[in-house]
Design a protein around this ligand. Structure first.
Ligand SMILES: Nc1ncnc2c1ncn2[C@@H]1O[C@H](COP(=O)(O)OP(=O)(O)OP(=O)(O)O)[C@@H](O)[C@H]1O
Ligand SMILES: [Mg+2]
Length: 463
């Protein structure tokens, strides 16, 4: 059998049980494994042999994980090194990344996480540059990033809608990309050489919206010193994007209906009738159907605007897109800020993937932007992610159920669960530093120790 070459991995750990565990696990996975019992031993081996991947504990006597990393890079600058440590203080992790480690994994780790990191590391090693570029372009649809089945459905709709002249109503939570989708539809349509004009209907007084949309004649109101074109004049032949369309007043709703039905409108204070050819894309994060039922929105207008509905799923429902979007924003901001940050650490990605993103893609974008600004190494670590305000919004990892049903609850138990969850998270983010964890929780160190003990979590600083 010709057989694929087996990847060769060097495992370095001064703890025998860990070494054995990794050796057995990796051998089972089909890798060829060599073990070193400490840093010196690893250096000896590295002098004689080359490896596809080196996995090393950080904390070891004499030559530690960073030392092994430096040695590996000295003999082969392309060496792939993954570091493991229970005591990865932020500084050590930063140093490891600066020295060129591929990733680091905090202990205790889940076996699947480790397997994933190893796979990624080996894949990125063998993947030629061009290939990774082209596989990247697969994720792009116009400017939209994501390849989840949920988003593919949206792309499919965009493509089909763009060929038509019909009006489109885009729905989706805040920050899901409604405006992006509107632009994509316009850019793919035969109207692409004409303008797309955007108007946000929320928070603007009725008279202002009216004159913005339809323009005005000189003398129509105080301050109207000359004729002014409206957005419908400008967008003739193109697209009008009405954001927050649910906020339009009844008067404007009628005028808009006329534009759609008769393709005509008049400027404010004007009598002449202008003909216009526009496609209207509207968006709302209110449930417009409900607004219709509550008589806040005209039913006839609703049906005219909603010829084709496009529903954009919230980010938390898009399988697999989080990582693509995070990477996309990382590259974007890294470039913008002149930094050399290439990726998210696995641990940071884990934290992101457990968050619910009520603000969707926009929130992710903001978090990544701040993390990139704060990060001092060339990989996003949980520390800068935590500082970027990820947990600041009062949104818990698993949202707390506060509805008291007829069956009642056990308050003490629920509170203890809640406390335990936060304590564990704080310790994780603080890499086990109790002082930092206490700060994250807004309590003092004594109180933290007391609570840990009470809940049966390890309270003493062990090693
Ligand atoms: N699929 C995507 N790929 C890349 N960037 C995206 C994607 N979706 C959204 N964005 C980014 O997220 C931000 C928010 O998108 P957009 O303004 O279109 O959302 P929205 O739904 O209109 O939000 P809001 O309801 O707050 O108006 C934009 O800055 C855009 O860069
Ligand atoms: Mg918007």
């Amino acid at each position: 059998m010709s057989g694929k070459k087996r990847d060769k991995i060097l495992v370095v750990d001064d703890q025998e049980s860990m070494r054995e565990f990794l050796e057995i696990m990796l051998t089972k996975q089909g890798y060829q494994v060599v073990v070193a019992k400490n840093g010196e031993h690893a250096c000896e081996i590295l002098n004689k042999d080359t490896f596809d991947l080196i996995i090393s504990d950080i904390r070891m006597k004499n030559i530690d994980g960073i030392g092994v990393l430096k040695k590996a890079k000295a003999v082969n600058s392309d060496a792939m090194v993954v570091l493991i440590s229970a005591f990865a203080t932020a500084e050590t992790a930063v140093e490891a990344m600066k020295e060129g480690a591929y990733d680091y994994i905090p202990k205790p780790f889940k076996v699947n996480d480790l397997k994933r990191v190893i796979k990624d590391a080996l894949k990125s090693k063998t993947m030629p540059k061009e290939e990774s570029e082209s596989s990247k372009s697969r994720f792009h649809f116009d400017t939209l990033i994501g390849e989840s089945p949920q988003m593919r459905k949206v792309y499919d709709l965009i493509q089909r809608v763009s060929r038509t002249k019909t009006n489109v109503l885009i729905s989706g939570e805040s920050g899901t990309g409604k405006e992006f989708v509107a632009r994509a539809i316009h850019n793919l349509s035969e109207r692409r050489n004409r303008p797309i004009v955007v108007i946000n209907c929320a928070g603007m007084p009725e008279t202002l919206i009216e004159s913005e949309l339809f323009g005005y004649r000189k003398g129509a109101f105080t301050g109207a010193v000359a004729d002014k074109e409206g957005l419908f004049d400008v967008a003739d032949g193109g697209t009008v994007f009405l954001d927050e369309v649910g906020e339009l007043s009844p008067v404007i709703q009628v005028k808009l209906l006329r534009v759609i039905q008769e393709r005509t409108f008049s400027a404010v204070g004007g009598t002449d009738v202008k003909t216009v050819n526009v496609r209207i894309i509207s968006a709302s994060n209110k449930d417009l159907e409900k607004e219709v039922i509550n008589k806040n929105f005209r039913e006839d207008l609703y049906f005219r605007l909603n010829v084709i509905p496009v529903a954009i799923p919230p980010l938390r429902d898009r399988e697999g897109d989080l990582i693509l979007l995070a990477q996309h924003f990382l590259e974007k901001f890294s470039l913008e800020m002149g930094k050399d940050i290439r990726k998210m650490s696995t641990y940071a990605m884990d934290i992101l993937s457990q968050y619910s993103f009520p603000g969707n893609v926009r929130e992710l974008e903001n978090i990544v932007e701040r993390s990139v600004a704060l990060e001092t190494s060339n990989i996003i670590l949980p520390e800068s992610l935590a500082l970027s305000g990820l947990r600041g919004g009062g949104d818990t990892r698993r949202s707390l159920r506060t509805d008291l049903g007829p069956e009642g609850i056990q308050l003490d138990e629920v509170m203890a669960q809640f406390e335990k969850e936060y304590l564990t998270q704080a310790l994780e983010i603080a890499y086990g530093s109790k002082q930092r964890a206490a700060e994250l929780l807004g309590i003092n160190l004594r109180s933290l120790r007391y609570r840990l003990e009470k809940l049966g979590l390890p309270a003493e600083d062990g090693s």
